[in-house]
Structures are given as C-alpha cells and as structure tokens.
Design a protein around this ligand. Structure first.
Ligand code: HEM
Length: 441
C-alpha cells in the first residue's frame, strides 16, 4: 500500500481531496464504512445512524459531557492502577511487565468502564466488591478483545482462515453478550454517550441483537487506538530523557498549583479537567506521538460525478461510485517539508518558543491547514478525540506522579510497526518491550 501511494504522487493530491471530504452531498463516509461494518461486525445500521452519532457525540464527548466522562475515566484509572496502595508492604519493589501489554490493558479497561459503566454495590454486596468486580470483569474483556484485535486486519481484508473465522464469530458473540443492554441495566455510571446511542436506536425500532452489535462496534472504535497510543507515548518519553523531564516537571507543577501532593497514606490525586487544560508540553508530546504512529486510511465513497481541481492546477474527473482514500501519514505526518526530520520524536514540535500550542506549519511557503490528521477529517472526524486525548494525558499524569518506570534494556530500540495494521488507526509494535515500574513514595 505504501509503495503504491508513494508512486501515485499522493501528496500533491492531498489538499484538494481533503476539501472534498467535507462535502457531504458528494462524498460520503457512511456508504463505504457501512459495508465494512456489516461485513466485519454483522452490524447493519439505519440511514439515521450518522445523525444519532453526531447528536450524542456533540452532547457527551464535548463540553460538560466530556468533563463527566473524564472524571469517570479518572476514578476507573485509580481503581485499576492504585487499588493496592497501602495494602502491601513491598509495593516499593520493582515490577516487570511488557510495556505494550501494561499500557493497553490499563487504558482499555479504564476506558471501557468509563463508557459502559461500573458494577454496583447493590448487586455485588458492597462498594469494595463492586470495584473488585470491575477489575476482574474488565481484565477478562481485555484478553478477549486482544484476541479479536489480532484477528482484525485479516478479518477486514476478508482473508481469515476458517479457524480464524470461527474464533472471530465466537468473540463477536462474547462481546454482543458482554455489552448487551440486558447486562448494562445492572450497571451504574454508564456514559451518556453509550446510553443515548442505544436508546435512540431502540426508539427508532432497532432490534436488540443489532443494538448489542452496535455496542461492540463502539467498543472497538473507542478502545482500539487509545491503548496502543499510550504505549508509544510512554516509550518515546522513556527513550527521550529530556522529554520525560520536561513533561514530568510540567505535571508536578500543575499538581502543586492545585494544592495537592502524593504522599504515603494520603488521599488519591484528584486530577480535574481544569488541571488537564494546563499542560501544553504534554499536549505537544501527545500530538507528536500521534503524528508518528497514527496512520488511518480515510475512505470515502463518491456520490456524484465531480471535477477535482488540484492546488497545482491539474484537474481530475472523479466518477460517481468511485471510492477514494486519503492516507495522511504519508501526505502530511512524515512530509519533511512540513515536519523537518520527520522520523525523530521531538516532544516540543508542537510548542511555540513562548510555550503555547504551535499551529503554523508550512509547505512551499504556504501555511498548511492540516498539519496532522490522526483523527481523520470532515464529516466522520473522530468524535472521541477530546476524550481520547484526556485519557492519554490522565494515564501519563498518574504514571508520572505515582511511579518510577524505566526500560529493562536502556539501549532498547524503538520497535518497528506491525505493517499488517497500516490504515487501521494507531499502529501497534511488531514486538513487546520490557519495562519495570515501582511506586515513587
Ligand atoms: C488515540 C485514539 C483514537 C484515534 C487515533 C482515533 C482515530 C479515529 C479515526 C482516524 C477515525 C475515522 C475518521 C474519518 O474517517 O475521517 C475515527 C472515527 C471514530 N472514532 Fe476515533 N480515534 C480514537 C479514539 C476514539 C475514542 C476514545 C472514541 C469514543 C469515545 C472514538 C470514537 C470514534 C467514532 C464513533 C468514530 C466514527 C465516526 C463517524 O463515523 O462519523 N474514537 N477515529
């Protein structure tokens, strides 16, 4: 795919194609993605599906709704990462783990609980049992999700072996059941986003099984990228001590300014939405990591004949029925004119000399509007982008204030990316990286 895209002088076509992708009448994401969702997840939605998504995302993944989700994410991260604080004397000893597994596990499970809700004290007996149940149930779910995640590229390409196909079907049934509305009714803190998504479909007459499948699609869409992104973020910070120091100093400053401190036996840090808005250095590091590892292929169906004018004056006829794809990774993320030395991690690439967010990037003297596109663009731009960014920041924040962590092998090379996954969002490494961590206090 990459060599094809390189040959087809994709970069020069990029800007204009992007403009088109905002044109709802002519180019439509849904026509294409619907076919994929039907084939891969067996989910057949309504024609109103996209307006439901837009309405609920507007309400719950931005503004006040986003704050509620972020708070819920925080308490779930605390339950998963810090539940053992004070309970065991040797917590200060080092613990080894695979970094990819560790990060994906925590971020997936906390994100899942924040979206799909917690066990209740009523059904489990008391608060503590409910928290234990959340930990156990989300662990099982993560392990099954990883099996599906590994089958996913071949599933999407339609080249799974019969054995793989049977396993994918089993996993689909498992998730339909685990995420079913029947089960969700016994939970509390189910996010407004998930709740509205299911209710609005039911009100429109969608069958229960299809709603459960939709819940699985949303789990996959919301959790498949954030965990792997958190892995790359921690890895790049560990490989770049200057970046680690800058981010850690910022995080500790924000913590201090909030009047909180981490001390043995003290209360858990309450990382508020407001605190998360004061971290330009961490923001830049997150954006830089996504530039390096987010490589989605953005597909669009062409709904009517049209002429495409290029920035260089050329014109192309795009026919009704054509399918188009934009691959911003090559077109912008690693374009050396826009991002000099594009394969090097520079944590401050998105910072101005004054320490604020940098937004001016240039190509051939002209300012580039889309200098990174990890979230896609236009009608189907990722509605979860603000939540995902907060998740990443919360995870790193807690890691930095509560733990010391380091690579087992300080000379560890950054792993290659798993080429099977080009186009599916955040890339995954082709091998695990060992690290160790321990409580700082
Ligand atoms: C680092 C994490 C994430 C990355 C890199 C990412 C990236 C993307 C990309 C590239 C798209 C397709 C955009 C397009 O075709 O133009 C997308 C769509 C989507 N994302 Fe995300 N995403 C992330 C996290 C999330 C989270 C946390 C949620 C939910 C809370 C979410 C919900 C969705 C949904 C529902 C869509 C489909 C949008 C539509 O059809 O209109 N994503 N995401």
């Amino acid at each position: 795919l990459l060599s094809f895209l390189k040959k087809s002088s994709f970069t020069s076509r990029f800007a204009a194609i992007l403009t088109l992708s905002h044109n709802k009448e002519k180019l439509n994401f849904n026509t294409f993605s619907r076919q994929l969702l039907a084939r891969v997840f067996g989910y057949v939605g309504f024609t109103t599906d996209h307006s439901i998504l837009e309405a609920t995302s507007q309400k719950h993944l931005k503004g006040h709704g986003l704050q509620i989700m972020t708070e819920s994410m925080m308490s779930n991260l605390q339950n998963l990462m810090l539940h053992h604080l004070g309970s065991c004397a040797n917590q200060k000893s080092w613990k080894e783990d695979g970094l990819f597994n560790y990060c994906y596990n925590i971020v997936f499970r906390a994100g899942y609980l924040a979206l799909y809700g917690n066990a209740t004290a009523q059904t489990e007996g008391d608060e503590e049992k409910a928290r234990i149940n959340d930990r156990t149930e989300s662990e099982i779910l993560f392990h099954e999700f990883r099996k599906y995640d590994q089958l996913f590229p071949n599933l999407a390409y339609g080249v799974l072996t019969p054995k793989g196909r049977r396993e994918a079907n089993r996993l689909t049934r498992f998730f339909e059941d685990s995420l079913s509305m029947k089960r969700m009714k016994n939970k509390e803190n189910v996010s407004g986003w998930i709740w509205d998504m299911s209710h609005m479909r039911r009100e429109e007459g969608m069958k229960e099984l299809m709603i459960d499948r939709c819940m699985f699609v949303l789990l996959w869409g919301s959790q498949g990228n954030t965990g792997p992104s958190s892995f790359w973020l921690l890895l790049y910070l560990m490989k770049h001590p200057d970046a680690m120091e800058a981010v850690r100093n910022e995080v500790l400053k924000v913590l201090k300014e909030s009047g909180q401190e981490v001390r043995p036996g003290g209360p858990l840090v309450n990382l508020t939405h407001e605190m998360l808005m004061k971290t330009p250095v961490l923001d830049s590091a997150v954006e830089e990591v996504l530039r390096l590892v987010a490589a989605p292929l953005l597909t669009r169906s062409v709904l009517q004949d049209m002429t495409q004018k290029m920035a260089d004056g050329r014109e192309f006829l795009i026919r009704k029925g054509d399918r188009m794809a934009v691959f911003p990774y090559i077109a912008v993320h690693i374009d050396p004119e826009i991002h000099p030395d594009p394969f090097t991690f520079k944590y401050d690439r998105f910072l101005t000399p004054e320490g604020t967010k940098k937004t001016d990037f240039y190509k051939q003297g002209k300012r580039v509007r889309y200098y990174t596109m990890p979230w896609g663009s236009g009608v189907s731009m990722c509605p979860g982008r603000f939540f995902a960014t907060n998740e990443l920041k919360q995870f790193v924040f807690l890691m930095l204030v509560y733990f010391d962590f380091e690579l087992m092998n300080p000379d560890e090379k950054i792993p290659h990316i798993d080429h099977q996954r080009w186009g599916f969002g955040t890339m995954q490494p082709d091998r695990e990286v060992q690290f160790r961590y321990r409580l700082r206090y």
